[in-house]
Structure formats: C-alpha cells, structure tokens
Ligand binder design. Structure first.
Ligand code: IMP
Length: 200
C-alpha cells in the first residue's frame, strides 16, 4: 500500500481524508512524519497554495529511492461568491483579517451581501499531489459544490467555517444542518478526495 503524507494540521480533515482513502493509501499525518510548524500559504490561487504546502513538506523529507514515503499531498479551499467577483476565494480563512474567527468571516460576508439578491456561490477545493518518482511534476484534483449564501445563519452545530450560511443546490438545509456523512459525500473536499482516490 502507498504511504502518503497529508500536509495539514487540521485533525478534522485528516479523519475525513483517511476514511475516504481507507484500504488504498496509508495517510500519514504531519505529526506522525515528525514535522511541526506553520505551513506557509502565501500564493494567490488555490492551486498555488496547495502546491506550496505540498512542496514545503516535500522539501523536509528524505526523497531518496526507497524512502519511507511515496509522496505528499495538500489541499486548499476557497468560497467564491459571484456577486463579490469571486471573493473571498483564496483569502477565505482570513477574510475578516488575520486571526479572525469563523463568526467574524460570516459577519463580514453577510454585510458585504446585504441588499444583494444574487447569492450564488461555490466552494472549490484543489488537492495537489507530489509523488516522489513522478516525472510529470505535480498533479491537481479539483472538487466544487455550487449553492447560495443564506441571509442568516442556519446551524445544528455541524461543520465549520462558512457552513452555517452555505446551502448547496438541491438541498433545503445549510451545510451546518447536515450530518457530516452527507456533507462529505457532496462537498468540494469530498469530491476532490474522491478524484484523488480514483487516481491512486
Ligand atoms: P482550507 O484551505 O481548507 O483551510 O480552507 C480555507 C477556509 O475556507 C477555511 O478557513 C474556512 O473558512 C473555509 N472552508 C474550507 N472548507 C470549508 C467547509 O467545508 N465549510 C465551510 N467553510 C470551509
């Protein structure tokens, strides 16, 4: 079985991705690989950030043939709102400023869309895979879910981030009102991980 490092410090994502790749890939966390620290994400595209994170990890690992890992992958996600020209996009995590909370971001988003009827938006995730012995360079897998931004929060306490104000198409509830298994099946990250799993 292949052993790949997932370049994230987010335990929630690690569990989600491990479940999706079970039986195909052994997913190693950064901690298990002995890597600590804040991974930089300073690019201005999702692809660029995913690549930057994967390369940051890759540069810190033994890459020799027969090394303990077959490769590294990383993901980056953004919420793209049509009426805001695609914002917050790659800046979704710090839309309301450095070290802001999920609630600060949602408040800023709802203010920005105040009085605007076009609520169309999508979540997009890009996964970048760097295999140790891959001549073609990095591979990218993208997942996207379309929907709309609600006018106020709707939540059962599920999910995180912008989930309370995002309602995916063909559903009458927000991401934060769905059981996690349902969200994971249809979500941007779920779809991107599915493509990665099919490739591997
Ligand atoms: P990341 O690249 O996965 O860390 O995502 C960047 C930001 O996008 C997060 O800080 C969240 O604000 C938002 N985000 C990512 N995935 C989701 C999701 O599944 N639901 C809601 N917000 C998300």
């Amino acid at each position: 079985m292949k052993r790949l490092i997932f370049a994230t410090n987010n335990k929630h994502k690690l569990g989600e991705v491990r479940a999706a790749l079970k039986g195909r890939v052994e997913v190693v966390s950064l901690a298990e690989a002995g890597l600590a620290g804040e991974i930089p994400e300073t690019a201005d595209t999702l692809d660029g950030n995913a690549l930057q994170k994967a390369e940051w990890v890759s540069a810190r690992l033994p890459q020799a043939a027969g090394g303990p890992y077959d490769g590294v992958f990383a993901d980056d996600t953004g919420l793209e709102v049509e009426a805001l020209g695609g914002a917050p996009g790659v800046y979704s995590a710090r839309y309301a400023g450095e070290h802001c909370s999920f609630d600060d971001n949602i408040d800023k988003l709802l203010r920005a869309l105040d009085g605007i009827d076009n609520r169309r938006a999508c979540f997009r995730t890009v996964i970048c895979l760097l295999m140790n012995h891959q001549a073609d360079g990095p591979l990218y897998f993208e997942g996207r879910v379309d929907g709309q931004i609600l006018r106020e929060r709707h939540s059962n306490g599920e999910g995180f981030g912008y989930d309370p104000v995002f309602m995916p198409d063909r559903f009458a509830v927000s991401f934060a009102e769905m059981p996690l298994e349902v969200k994971n099946k249809i979500s941007h990250r779920g779809l991107a991980v599915k493509k990665l799993a099919e490739y591997l």
